[in-house]
Design a protein around this ligand. Structure first.
Ligand code: C2O
Ligand code: CU
Ligand code: CU
Length: 505
C-alpha cells in the first residue's frame, strides 16, 4: 500500500522529470520554437508528464495590445447532425490542430473540437440518444468526456480509454437526464489540463419538453457563454505553464478576450460554463444589479434565485437570466469578476453588454421551474480529503485521501443501487479546490461553514470547497456499473494526482 509520503515522492518524481524535460526545451529557447511544436509538446509523455510545461517562457504575460470590449462576442452555432434517423442524432467532429486569431492580427496554433477554436453547440434532447463520432486528427492521444453526462463507462471519455492519433471513436450518449448545459472536454491521462487549455472544449446542451413549456428566453435569446482565462505570449499564442494560477490573466468568453455583445432591451438566458482549468469566477454586473439564476450544473433549480453575485468554479455551470429592459438604450453593463488571482484591471473584467433597442418579449421566468426528487437517505458514509502542494512549493503534488492518482487502482467500491453520503474536505490552508464525480449527480446536504447555498440545491456534478472547508453530498449509484473517476476539477490539480476512481459493482 502506498502511504501519503511515498505518494508525494512518486508524484514528485513525475514532476521532477517534467521539470528536467522543460528545462531542456527552455534552454533551447522555447520562444523561438516553431509555433506548431508548442502544441502537445513532448507527446503523451506517459507518466513523466513531459507535456506539462512547468517553466514559463520569458515573453509570457506580454499579450498583444487590445482595447477591452471591442471584439464582438462570437455567438455559437448549433451543430448539425449528419443524420437524425433511427431515433438518434449523429454528429461528426474532427479534433484538429487549427489556427485561431485570438488577438487580431496574430494567427496562433490551437486545438478545436469540430475543427474549430469556437466550436458549435450540440443540442441534445432529454431521452433521445446522441452519437458523437470523434476523429482524432491531432498528433496526441485524446479522450472526450461529457462532463455532467450520465453514461456507460466505455463512452465516458476516461483516462484509460484514449483515442490514438488517427483514431476514431463513437461516443454514445443516452441523455437520460434532465435539461441542463453539459460540457465536452478532454480527459486524457496527464495531458487533459493542457489539452483543454489549448481548446479541446465545447458546450453540449440538453433540452426537454418540460423545459420548453416554461417559456424561458429561447432561440437567439438563449446564449451559451463559455468563460476561461489564459496566459499569452507577445505573438498572441497561448502559453501553458503547469499549476500557474498567477499569470492566466486574460479573460476569454467564447474564445474571445473581453468581448462585447449588443443586446436588445428584453430578457436573455445565458448558459455560463466555467471552462477554466484553475480560475474561480465571482461574477456580477458592474452596477450591482442582481442576476436571476435558474439552473446550475445538471438541472434547473426548483425556484429561481436572485443574487448580485454568482460563483462558478472550474467545470461548474450557471444558467442565468438577465432582463436588459431595466436599462435605457445605450447603457453599457459589464460582467465583472470580484476575485483574483491576477491584476483586477484584467481579471476583474469579463465582457460588456451594450443595451440597444426594445424588442418584443413574451418569455417568462416562472416561480416554479422544476421538481427534483427529495435528497435521498444514505446507507454508506465516506470521507475524502483533497490536498495539493501550496503555491510555489515543490515538488507539486495532488492527492485524495493521501494517495495520488493511479489509473490501475480502484479507490472506492460502491454497490449498485446504493445512496452514499460523502464528506469531502479541502485540507489546504490557502488553495481552493472543487470536487467532481462522474456518473452520479450530487445533492448538497450542507457545508462545515453553513447550510448549502440556494443555488446549489439542484443536481450538481461539481461543488466548490474552500480552504479548510468540508462539504456533505449524497450520490445515488443506480444507473450503470463500471469504473468512473472523481477528482478536483481544477484540471492542473487533477493532472497533479488529485483524482481517484470508483467502481460500481
Ligand atoms: Cu469535467 Cu472528470 O471531468
Ligand atoms: Cu466529468
Ligand atoms: Cu484542486
Amino acid at each position: 500500500m502506498i502511504n501519503r509520503r511515498s505518494a508525494i515522492r512518486l508524484a514528485g518524481a513525475g514532476t521532477l522529470s517534467a521539470v528536467a524535460g522543460q528545462q531542456l526545451v527552455a534552454r533551447a529557447g522555447t520562444a523561438e520554437l516553431p509555433q506548431g511544436l508548442a502544441l502537445g509538446r513532448g507527446g503523451h509523455g506517459a507518466h513523466t508528464g513531459a507535456a506539462m510545461s512547468t517553466v514559463r517562457p520569458d515573453d509570457a504575460g506580454t499579450r498583444p495590445d487590445l482595447e477591452k470590449f471591442t471584439l464582438p462576442l462570437p455567438l455559437l452555432r448549433t451543430a448539425k447532425p449528419v443524420t437524425t434517423r433511427g431515433g438518434q442524432d449523429v454528429y461528426l467532429s474532427s479534433i484538429r490542430e487549427v489556427t485561431a486569431e485570438i488577438f487580431p492580427g496574430h494567427r496562433v496554433p490551437v486545438y478545436g473540437y469540430f475543427g474549430s477554436w469556437v466550436p458549435p453547440v450540440i443540442r441534445a434532447r432529454s431521452g433521445r440518444r446522441t452519437v458523437v463520432i470523434q476523429r482524432n486528427e491531432t498528433k496526441v492521444p485524446v479522450s472526450v468526456h461529457l462532463h455532467g453526462g450520465v453514461n456507460r463507462d466505455v463512452f465516458d471519455g476516461q483516462m484509460s480509454r484514449p483515442v490514438t492519433p488517427g483514431g476514431v471513436f463513437s461516443y454514445v450518449y443516452e441523455n437520460d437526464q434532465p435539461a441542463a448545459a453539459l460540457w465536452l472536454h478532454d480527459h486524457t491521462h496527464h495531458t487533459d489540463a493542457e489539452n483543454v487549455y489549448r481548446g479541446m472544449s465545447s458546450p453540449y446542451v440538453v433540452t426537454s419538453p418540460e423545459e420548453d413549456a416554461l417559456g424561458l428566453p429561447s432561440g437567439e435569446f438563449e446564449v451559451p457563454l463559455v468563460l476561461r482565462d489564459g496566459d499569452f505570449g507577445s505573438d498572441g499564442r497561448l502559453v501553458f505553464t503547469m499549476d500557474d494560477t498567477e499569470h492566466r490573466s486574460t479573460v476569454l468568453v467564447n474564445g474571445t478576450p473581453w468581448p462585447r455583445m449588443d443586446v436588445k432591451r428584453r430578457k436573455y438566458r445565458f448558459r455560463v460554463i466555467n471552462s477554466s482549468a484553475m480560475r474561480f469566477f465571482v461574477l456580477g454586473l458592474s452596477d450591482g444589479t442582481p442576476m436571476t439564476q435558474i439552473g446550475s450544473d445538471a438541472s434547473l433549480l426548483e425556484a429561481p434565485v436572485t443574487a448580485p453575485v454568482v460563483v462558478v468554479s472550474p467545470g461548474e455551470r450557471a444558467d442565468l437570466v438577465i432582463d436588459f429592459s431595466q436599462w435605457a438604450p445605450g447603457t453599457e453593463v459589464d460582467v465583472v469578476n470580484y476575485i483574483g488571482p491576477g491584476p483586477m484591471e484584467d481579471v476583474g473584467q469579463v465582457m460588456r453588454f451594450r443595451v440597444g433597442a426594445d424588442a418584443p418579449d413574451d418569455s417568462v421566468v416562472p416561480e416554479r421551474l422544476t421538481t427534483l426528487p427529495p435528497v435521498p437517505a444514505a446507507t454508506v458514509k465516506r470521507a475524502f480529503t483533497l490536498e495539493s502542494s501550496e503555491p510555489g512549493v515543490t515538488p507539486m503534488f495532488g492527492s485524495i485521501n493521501g494517495r495520488s492518482f493511479d489509473m490501475g487502482r480502484v479507490d472506492t467500491t460502491v454497490r449498485f443501487g446504493t445512496t452514499e453520503e460523502w464528506t469531502v474536505t479541502n485540507a489546504n490552508p490557502t488553495v481552493p479546490h472543487n470536487f467532481h464525480c462522474h456518473l452520479a449527480h450530487m445533492r448538497v446536504v450542507d457545508r462545515s461553514t453553513g447550510p448549502a447555498a440556494p443555488n446549489e440545491l439542484g443536481l450538481k456534478d461539481t461543488v466548490q470547497i474552500f480552504p479548510g472547508e468540508s462539504i456533505r453530498v449524497r450520490l445515488t449509484f443506480d444507473r450503470y456499473r463500471g469504473v468512473y473517476p472523481y477528482h478536483c476539477h481544477m484540471l492542473d490539480h487533477g493532472a497533479m494526482g488529485m483524482m481517484a476512481q470508483l467502481k460500481v459493482v
